[in-house]
Design a protein around this ligand. Structure first.
Ligand code: PLP
Length: 462
């Protein structure tokens, strides 16, 4: 008998009680697809000369397909890359307060645009405007989908068919898709570059301002640093010049932090408060970088400019949803109590962990990790490392950290690449980094309470 004929039919497998629970949970079409894929593989194995699969093995194959097809695509991972605000891993992990607020808002109706005091339609920005105004000292504030949207909306509202003067040293590209010149063009504004890559002076700006100039703009060079023979015009001077000419001065701060990070031993990162007190009329920054909140873009500054921006029909297209607002409100409230911020705001808590503390955790974890990886041809040692903040905050700042260095026992790199693949296939994938012949696990973002689930996950490594 032809061995291919001994493969069961799709319909027979689908009517088997073993398939019934899957069909109830995920729908017949999805499970039928998994069965077909498993059967196609079984046939290919037979054609390649393998014996016909036992029925139990066939069900095992189907189950693999079902698990792969029905597990969420947006998988939680362990971030051991050493980059705290990793854009590809979702940037800031939210504090507990924000998680509670957003799940509550998700579960039930909420007064998103409803003024309960007056019993009439309200404005969703009201949920966070007072908080932002209180923290930054700005006259007004608004919120959109991300900082790219904030910059776009600002330019489109205030500089459409007009010119915006920017230093050549600040024509930033962020993460490949946000480039100041392109955002300008799409927003309908004409970019006027002044100065040179390394040096720009007040007179460069002054000479470029004419009847068509709408704004002077400063872009924080968040993901690179120009060092050596350099000069940039201080914000205070740019603000003075803009105001002499009767135009606004705006700042794209990028990351921006709402608190001075120096008391925690971190380098200085500019704050919106500083730009505003230097005379900036509008400042834009991300909510999910150093601020430690959900993805959003914040605009703070002069009341009449914020009012104009809010009237732009594109504000409607770029607005945030209730989940974002719920999380953002909760995060901003944490800033009202700066003394406890470093315990409660996850991003800050991770950034202020000391090398000594992290190294202690690495020593504690070492024997358990060695045991979990006992079958692999690797050696594992505690090592000192440097983490980085990520998302373009303090690009040349390195945070002394610690973790584990995993090296193949032989010369070949292949086992490391195989290990990386296996780690990515874990129920909760583990993401480290490979440098030269070493896989590095920076433990800065693995807090003590994550260690037990981390090890349990690691023990399932095959
Ligand atoms: C990160 C950044 C942006 C983009 O912000 P998103 O929140 O990622 O949209 C824009 N400008 C600067 C200077 C940045 O650092």
């Amino acid at each position: 008998m032809n061995p291919l004929a001994r493969i069961p039919a799709v319909d027979r497998l689908l009517s088997d009680p073993r398939a019934a629970a899957w069909i109830a949970a995920h729908g017949r079409a999805v499970i039928a697809d998994c069965v077909r894929q498993a059967l196609a593989e079984a046939r290919a194995m037979i054609r390649a000369g393998a014996p016909v699969l036992e029925e139990a093995a066939l069900w095992g194959k189907i189950e693999e397909k079902v698990v792969a097809a029905t597990s969420p695509r947006l998988r939680p991972v362990f971030n051991l890359t050493g980059t705290v605000l990793h854009t590809n891993l979702g940037r800031a992990p939210l504090p507990e307060e924000a998680i509670v607020a957003l799940t509550t808002a998700a579960r039930q109706p909420c007064a998103l645009e409803y003024d309960l005091a007056r019993g009439m339609r309200g404005d969703r920005d009201d949920i966070i405007e007072d908080l932002l105004v209180g923290i930054t000292g700005a006259e007004a504030a608004t919120v959109v989908n991300n900082n790219a949207a904030a910059v776009f909306l600002l330019l489109n509202t205030l500089a459409q068919r007009k010119e915006v003067v920017v230093s050549r040293g600040e024509l930033v590209e962020i993460g490949g898709s946000f480039r100041i010149p392109e955002i300008m063009r799409r927003a309908g504004a004409k970019l006027v570059e002044v100065g040179t890559t390394n040096r720009t002076h007040r007179h460069d700006f002054a000479a470029a301002i004419g009847a068509k100039t709408a704004l002077i703009m400063k872009v924080h060079t968040s993901n690179y640093a120009i060092v050596g023979f350099t000069h940039a015009v201080p914000e205070r001077e740019l603000a003075e010049l803009a105001h002499e000419k009767g135009i606004p001065f705006v700042v794209d701060l990028g990351s921006g932090t709402l608190v001075d990070l120096e008391p925690w031993g971190l380098a200085h990162e500019p704050t919106p408060q500083e730009s505003l007190s230097a005379g900036a009329d509008l400042v834009s920054f991300s909510a999910d970088k150093l601020l430690g909140g959900p993805q959003a873009g914040l605009l703070v500054g002069r009341r009449e400019l914020i009012a104009k921006i809010k009237k732009n029909p594109l504000k409607r297209a770029l607005r945030v949803g209730k989940l974002t607002l719920a999380a953002l409100e909760a995060v901003l409230r944490l800033y009202q109590n700066p003394d406890r911020l470093a315990d409660r705001l996850t991003t800050l808590r991770l950034l202020v962990r000391t090398q000594g503390e992290i190294e202690g955790r690495a020593r504690h974890l070492l024997p358990f990790v060695r045991a979990a990886l006992a079958a692999w041809p690797v050696t594992i040692e505690v090592t000192s490392l440097f983490s980085q903040i990520g998302s373009g905050a303090l690009p040349i700042e390195r945070l002394p950290s610690a973790g584990l260095a995993i090296r193949p026992t032989g010369k070949a790199r292949a086992p490391l690449l195989r290990l990386e693949k296996a780690l990515h296939a874990l129920p909760t994938p583990v993401i480290g980094r490979i440098e030269a012949q070493t896989m590095l696990w920076d433990l800065r973002c693995l807090e003590e309470r994550d260690e037990a689930p981390f090890l349990a996950n690691l023990r399932t490594l095959s």
